[in-house]
Write a protein that binds this ligand. Structure first.
Ligand SMILES: *Cc1c(COP(=O)(O)O)cnc(C)c1O
Length: 463
C-alpha cells in the first residue's frame, strides 16, 4: 500500500490534555436509587452520580488554556468592559453582524428579539422548532410554523441537508397570511431538533431571494453554525476548498441578525448574544437588554466570560477543531449503525439520536418510550442522555393535547473536547447491552408536569 494515499485519513484530537477531572463509576444498585430519586428524568440526576455525561453539549465544553488565560484578564467594570469590546470586534470579524447585544445565554437573546419583532397574531416560520425559541415566540403572542423539508421528519432517510427550508411551503404560508403577519423567518443552522442536520448554502440563498421578494427578514439561530459549515464543506458542491471560517461568514451574510447560545459551538460554559444589522432594531434591543439582562456592555455575562467567548469563537471555526469535533460524533454514530441500533441518519453534528420508536416498538408514545430508554441507558452504565420526543414537544397551547411529534428520540450529545474515543466505545457497548434486553423495558407514567418546558423538571414513575 506504500505510496497509495488513503481517501480519508483518521483524525485525532488537535490538543493534548493538561488537566483532568475524575469521574465516578457507580454500581447498578447506586444507579437504581439515583434514577428513582430523579423520578426517571435524567435532568434531575445529580452530576456526581453520572459516569459519562451526554445530557447536552450546552456549556459543557472544555475551554482551552488560551481561554482560561483570558479569564484572568476579566475587566469587571460595570460599564465599558474591555472584554466587551474584544467580543464585539470578534463577532464583527467572524460573523459580520454590525450590532451586538450580549446576553446571559441564548434564550436571553431569543426573549429580546421575540418581544421586539413579534406582535400578537403573528406567524414565525422556521426550519423546525427549538424548545426555548418557540416558547419565546409564543409568549410574545406569535405562532411558530414549521417549514423544514419533509425529509427531516424521516429518521431513516440519508439526505445530506435535512435542515433545508421547504420554500414552496413557506411561500404558500406567506401568501396565506400576508407578509405583514410574518415579522421574520427563524433559521437554525445544524438544526438541533432534527438531529443536528445542516441547511445548505444553496437553500439559504434561495430563501434570501424569496424573503427579499416579500420584504421579510431572516433571524439566524447560529448556535451551531460552525458544525453546519463543516457539513457544507464536506457535502455541498463548490465548498470543498473554502475554509470553515469563510463558510460561516457566508451563512451569516445571508441573514439579517442572529441569536447565539455561545454555550455550544463557541466553546464557553456560559454566554450568548443577539446580533442585528439594522440600527433601529439595535436601539430597541438596547432598551430591552437593560431591563432583562444587564447593561449593554455585559448583558448578564462577567467580563471574564466575555473574554473566554472572544477567544472561543476563532477556535470554534478552526479546521482541525471542527473536524475532530464532528469526527468524534460520527465515530460514535457509525459504531451504533454497525451494531444495527436504530439511529437518525445521517449522523448530525453535535450528537447521535437513537430512534426510540424503533428501539422500543412495543411502547406507544403515551408510555414515553424515549424517556424510558434514557433511564435504562443510565441504569446500565451511568451514561446520561436525554429525551427528545413527546415530553420535549409539550402540549398544544390551544387544545392542551400532547403534540405527539413524529420523532421520538434519545439524544446522546457529545460535549466538545471533553471525552475520548474510549469513552465513546463504552457508550456504544452500553447501548448495545440495553438494545439486547429491550423487550423487558416497560414504559413510564408522568407524575408531575410543569407548565413550561416540561422535559426539564417532569417527574415519572415506572409502570
Ligand atoms: C441551546 C439552544 C438555544 C437556547 O440557548 P441557551 O443558551 O440554552 O439559552 C437556542 N437554540 C438552539 C438551537 C439551541 O441549541
Amino acid at each position: 500500500m506504500k505510496g497509495q494515499a488513503r481517501k480519508k485519513r483518521s483524525w485525532a484530537e488537535p490538543y493534548k490534555i493538561k488537566m483532568v477531572e475524575p469521574v465516578k463509576m457507580t454500581t447498578r444498585e447506586e444507579r437504581e436509587r439515583a434514577i428513582r430519586e430523579a423520578f426517571y428524568n435524567t435532568f434531575l440526576l445529580r452530576s456526581r452520580d453520572v459516569y459519562i455525561d451526554l445530557l447536552t453539549d450546552s456549556g459543557t465544553s472544555a475551554m482551552s488554556d488560551r481561554q482560561w488565560a483570558g479569564m484572568m484578564l476579566g475587566d469587571e467594570a460595570y460599564a465599558g468592559s474591555e472584554n466587551f469590546y474584544h467580543l464585539e470586534e470578534t463577532i464583527r470579524n467572524y460573523y459580520g453582524y454590525k450590532y451586538i447585544v450580549p446576553t446571559h445565554q441564548g434564550r436571553g437573546a431569543e426573549h429580546i428579539i421575540s418581544q421586539i419583532l413579534i406582535n400578537k397574531g403573528d406567524y414565525i416560520p422556521g426550519n423546525m422548532y427549538f424548545t426555548t425559541t418557540k416558547l419565546h415566540q409564543e409568549l410574545a403572542g406569535g405562532t411558530f410554523i414549521d417549514v423544514i423539508i419533509p425529509e427531516a421528519h424521516d429518521p431513516d432517510l440519508e439526505y445530506p441537508f435535512k435542515g433545508n427550508v421547504d420554500l414552496q411551503k413557506l411561500e404558500d404560508i406567506i401568501k396565506q397570511h400576508g407578509a405583514g403577519k410574518i415579522p421574520y423567518i427563524s433559521i437554525a443552522t445544524a438544526v438541533n431538533m432534527a438531529g443536528g442536520q445542516p441547511i445548505s448554502l444553496s437553500n439559504l440563498k434561495e430563501l434570501r431571494q424569496l424573503t427579499d421578494k416579500y420584504g421579510i427578514i431572516i433571524i439566524h439561530d447560529m448556535t451551531r453554525v460552525a458544525e453546519n459549515a463543516y457539513f457544507i464543506k464536506d457535502r455541498e458542491p463548490g465548498y470543498q476548498d473554502k475554509s470553515i471560517a469563510e463558510i460561516v461568514r457566508e451563512i451569516c451574510d445571508l441573514t439579517d441578525g442572529a441569536t447565539m447560545s455561545a454555550k455550544k459551538d463557541a466553546l464557553v460554559n456560559i454566554g450568548g448574544f443577539l446580533a442585528v444589522n439594522d440600527e433601529n432594531l439595535y436601539e430597541k434591543a438596547m432598551n430591552m437588554v437593560v431591563i432583562y439582562e444587564g447593561l449593554h456592555t455585559y448583558g448578564g455575562m462577567a467580563g471574564r466570560d466575555m473574554e473566554a467567548l472572544a477567544r472561543g469563537i476563532p477556535e470554534s471555526v478552526s479546521e482541525d477543531h471542527i473536524r475532530a469535533r464532528v469526527g468524534q460524533v460520527l465515530y460514535l454514530g457509525q459504531k451504533l449503525i454497525d451494531l444495527d441500533i436504530p439511529v437518525v441518519k445521517p449522523i448530525g453534528g453535535h450528537g447521535v439520536f437513537l430512534n426510540a420508536s424503533q428501539f422500543l416498538p412495543h411502547l406507544s408514545q403515551d408510555l414515553f418510550p424515549a424517556q424510558s430508554l434514557a433511564a435504562e441507558i443510565y441504569l446500565d452504565s451511568g451514561v446520561r442522555s436525554m429525551e427528545r420526543g413527546v415530553v420535549s414537544a409539550g402540549r398544544d397551547p390551544e387544545t392542551g393535547k400532547n403534540l405527539n411529534p413524529k420523532l421520538e428520540l434519545v439524544r446522546l450529545t457529545i460535549p466538545r473536547r471533553v471525552y475520548t474515543q474510549a469513552h465513546m466505545d463504552v457508550v456504544a457497548e452500553s447501548i448495545e447491552e440495553v438494545f439486547l434486553d429491550r423487550k423487558n423495558i416497560r414504559g413510564l407514567s408522568m407524575l408531575y408536569e410543569p407548565k413550561y418546558l416540561r422535559f426539564f423538571q417532569a417527574k415519572f414513575e415506572r409502570i
